[in-house]
Design a protein around this ligand. Sequence first.
Ligand SMILES: Nc1ncnc2c1ncn2[C@@H]1O[C@H](COP(=O)(O)OP(=O)(O)OP(=O)(O)O)[C@@H](O)[C@H]1O
Ligand SMILES: [Mg+2]
Length: 631
Amino acid sequence: MDILSRIQLHREEEQRLAWEGTFAEYLDILRDRPFVAQSAHSRVYNMIKDAGISEKNGQKVYHFFSDQIFGLEESIERLVEEYFHPAAKRLDVRKRILLLMGPVSGGKSTLVTMLKRGLEQYTKTPAGAVYAIKGCPMHEDPLHLIPQNLRKEFFNDYGIRVEGSLSPLNTMRLEHEYDSRIEDVMVERVFFSEDKRTGIGTFSPSDPKSQDIADLTGSIDFSTIAEYGSESDPRAYRFDGELNKANRGMMEFQEMLKCDEKFLWHLLSLTQEGNFKAGRFALISADELIVAHTNESEYRSFIANKKNEALHSRIIVMGVPYNLKVSEEEKIYAKMISESDMSHVHIAPHALRVAATFSVLTRLKDSKKQGMDLLKKMRLYDGEIVEGFNHVDLEELQKEFADEGMSGIDPRYVINRISSAIIRKETPSINALDVLRSLKDGLDHHASISKEDKERFINFISAARKEYDDIAKKEVQKAFVYSYEESAKTLMDNYLDNVEAYCNKNKLRDPLTGEEMSPDEKLMRSIEEQIGISENAKKAFREEILIRISAYARKGKKFDYNSHERLREAIQKKLFADLKDVVKITTSSKTPDESQLKKINEVIARLVDEHGYNTTSANELLRYVGSLLNR
Ligand SMILES: Nc1ncnc2c1ncn2[C@@H]1O[C@H](COP(=O)(O)OP(=O)(O)OP(=O)(O)O)[C@@H](O)[C@H]1O
Ligand SMILES: [Mg+2]
């Protein structure tokens, strides 16, 4: 569909959703759908819940966040269950300011932005609909019109609890415009929009000297004082501060702790009674979620200051540490690249993986657990199986340090280094080594890395590199075998035939000549030696395999290449060992002959077709593996 028709559809949709009517008509809506009168916190919670919740490895996954935020499932679960859910139930936490605390570029702003954009969409749905007194700059809840002494009755009748009192402006409008007839007051459906300053606000402190509290709570409109006669006439006041505009929805408080104290004090009554003071008016009831974010050191100095005690107790702090799972970290980079102007660049397989390995390592803390090291810990965290450790160990590791993930390399650094690697290269194609090199070079210019950290980080780059070397070798060797799986299977079948004959003291029959022959000891040993099985241990190993085969047969399961871990490893190593010389010579020859050239082209084609390389990165990979094998 072209853009103009889309624009038209969009307009029609807006017209279709629009509604206005009298307060009496609004009450009819509430009869049918009392949930539209929910509080701001409840709406946010329902928005998150309505997007769906599933469970993965005992961990709740909130779909609302899951396509943009990776690896923070635990923090998000805590956020929802300890803040949004109780706040939705009108428990006291809802009055507190939600403060997300975490290291730089850890996804705090992304989280808040998702909530804001999410609310804008949600208020367009039936479940998220919001109604307000028409023409009110604060989109005040129409139910505030119900006098205090009738609210109990209203609750009995509608099951809806009304909190907060009618604002000074609407009190006056009710009298002047509607002759105090509440039932006639016009109500309209509103749609949150940060651009239109409806229901979503952002407050960002500027220079403390010039910043005015009016930015938060609005100000007198001097041009209208003459008309209304007095500064305390609410019609002479502009209710256009961020707190006003964010009423019914949410306000993001950027850099809250950098803010001048007088601003913070203003939040005290808001966080205590759910109202705030503007101008010379009675307190204004506010129904909004306030989210702020900060880093750890700023937070520490804030709580160290005794003067902040009162406010401190009115803040709910939620940690948002870095993601600690390598595979999720890869997704973060892939997302950031796809959103950037690097999205056309070919990123060779494993390039993001090595970067993720490096950054996760910098975030982990050394465990005291016996036999544990950072690499193992990293694998366990990522859900891999690590010999000798189980899920109990994993849980213990996760509890060992409360502040793990609060420091280390941030995703933005990695993306910056990837983009500088891209700029340095002539072709729009980068590989794992380019990325590692760039990460390392960047450490010299990184502002906040100490000398010790730098040394540690360089070691992590080496560790990531070592991992990559193994992967690269395996990938190339596999690509050299015409059909890797098939060759492995043939070799294994051959081995098993011989093992069977050996254990049963039988002869084998040569498939070509039909001649009887003894089991091929040389073949069997050449495979077993790959995994260090000694001459003395060979019999036990062979018998163990036969037992495994018959156990499989009894259960009607097929014994194949993947049924025995060590055997699979032995077969793979044997295949690679046979190939090693071919690979070595072919990949490192400066002037390949015709048959070598043919082989190289075949391998490159396979890497491109089956493994996600392009010709540039496949050539680079071959050259690199050639140099590794020649070391
Ligand atoms: N866990 C994560 N999942 C998805 N994206 C992430 C994650 N962590 C960081 N990012 C990405 O990293 C970038 C920086 O994140 P963001 O701006 O949200 O961090 P921040 O915590 O607000 O940082 P700062 O303290 O610098 O303001 C964004 O592009 C964001 O998408
Ligand atoms: Mg931010």
